[in-house]
Design a protein around this ligand. Sequence first.
Ligand SMILES: [Zn+2]
Ligand SMILES: [Zn+2]
Length: 204
Amino acid sequence: MCREKTDWEKAMEFHGHICVGLARGYRAAKVGMEILDAHRSPDEELVVIAETDNCGLDAVQVVTGCTMGKGNLIFQDYGKNAYTFGRRDTGKAVRITVKSLGESFPEFAAIRDRVHGGKGTPEDKEKIKKMQMGVITELLQGSHDDLLQVQDVQLDLPEKARIFQSVTCARCGESVMEPRARVRGGEYVCIPCSDYYPSRIAGA
Ligand SMILES: [Zn+2]
Ligand SMILES: [Zn+2]
């Protein structure tokens, strides 16, 4: 008997383990897609701006189909559990913030902080393991008003991914995308090589 895996199962498989962080990103993506009335992006109609690169982002990639390689996942290193989901065709976009664990699951968060801070007792560690599945279930099934904050946003969607020409680095001989190449002494070099390039040759 064969059935299609659920998105949640696919997310766990992709991420490699089940965790609270994964469930948080998963729920944000599900709600984002629902609000935009969007489907998993086969090409680039959907765009995601992620303000974190923690566990949850893996679920966001699976649910939306937006990835770094396709150029429709933009990572902004703000350290916030927030994702903006946008559609190129309708221009509609929504920013979804996952409420902190302390806000949604205060007891769990308090014990988890103790454990992560190295101050957890053996009972704390047992308890957190037992509570984890309940928290994940709640994240997947609970009312999204309790878990997420949703804002409509205006978004200047980035241009579709462009294909750039490659040039050859004069120092290591490897091929490099032209906009990432540097010019030293009138020649193209790659970024790692540009650091080592003697400045008197570069004339800098
Ligand atoms: Zn994880
Ligand atoms: Zn090089």
